[in-house]
Design a protein around this ligand. Structure first.
Ligand code: UDP
Length: 252
């Protein structure tokens, strides 16, 4: 399937199972910190549309709205401890998203890479697969479980492990631009890009390690606007505005 999609980069309609990466900041709404319930529920509504349309969705949510290891390390905290705190922040976001999904009537499970069995399931790949086959949304929390990584890399890792057809990166804009479209009105959006373009031009799609992992596994990255109402379902149906990263034989 993936080859088909990649040979026609504008075609996102054939993806069946996707991993959606949402940054922690996307949950803040107009606030400067933390979780905005209304925004979280709106994103849950987007996921509900996709699930009802028959797509299998799993999620990785960042923690940047609560705690970022690197920033704390810059202020003098030991990096590994700071990163563990960052991973715990992603668990809070995952639980908030689970509650929001429940409220809109979507069944979900949270699986944490750092086991905390009184709060959620530990990450067990095969169990996550079963959940998805049964139509449940699986939210992967605590990143990779390792410090010195990010939730972008966790998203790429889980996308590969779960056999996802694509990694969807929900951002504040509707794709990848050659400059910041919020500052430069002449910035141009790319329809499609090669993994190597992203790396060579340092295009800030995702971390380099996440892009490399997707390139190695030939999984396309689809960048779209998570705040565009109905946007996720539209892109999944091949009609939305987005940028697709990934070309055939990129690793050849
Ligand atoms: N983090 C980590 N290992 C991981 C994933 C995340 O140590 O595998 C920590 C890291 O400190 C990071 C924080 O969790 O700053 C929050 O994740 P991230 O910055 O990726 O969140 P986002 O920017 O997507 O909101």
């Amino acid at each position: 399937m993936t080859e088909d999609v990649l040979s026609n980069p504008s075609n996102t309609a054939r993806f069946k199972r996707v991993l959606l990466k949402v940054s922690g900041e996307a949950l803040m709404g107009s606030g400067a910190y933390g979780i905005d319930t209304e925004t979280t529920e709106r994103i849950a509504g987007e996921i509900k549309h996709a699930v009802e349309a028959g797509f299998e969705i799993c999620l990785v949510i960042g923690g940047g709205n609560i705690f970022r290891g690197l920033s704390a390390a810059a202020r003098g905290m030991e990096r590994a401890s700071a990163d563990y705190m960052g991973m715990l922040a992603t668990v809070m976001n995952a639980l908030a998203m689970q509650t929001a999904l429940e409220r809109v009537g979507v069944e979900s499970r949270v699986q944490s890479a750092i086991p905390m069995t009184t709060v959620c399931e530990p990450y067990i790949r095969r169990r996550a697969m079963r959940h998805m086959e049964r139509g449940r949304v699986v939210i992967f929390a605590a990143g990779t479980g390792n410090p010195f990584f990010t939730t972008d890399t966790a998203a790429a890792l889980r996308a590969a492990e779960m056999g996802c057809d694509a990694l969807f990166k929900g951002t504040q804009v509707d794709g990848v631009y050659d400059d910041d479209p919020r500052k430069n009105p002449n910035a141009k959006r790319f329809e499609s890009l090669d993994y190597l373009d992203v790396l060579a031009r340092d295009l800030k799609v995702m971390d380099a390690s996440a892009v490399t992992l997707m390139r190695d596994n030939q999984i396309p990255i689809v960048v779209f606007n998570i705040h565009d109402q109905g946007g996720l379902a539209r892109v999944l149906n091949g009609q939305g505005v987005c940028t697709i990263v990934g070309k055939p034989n990129a690793s050849a």
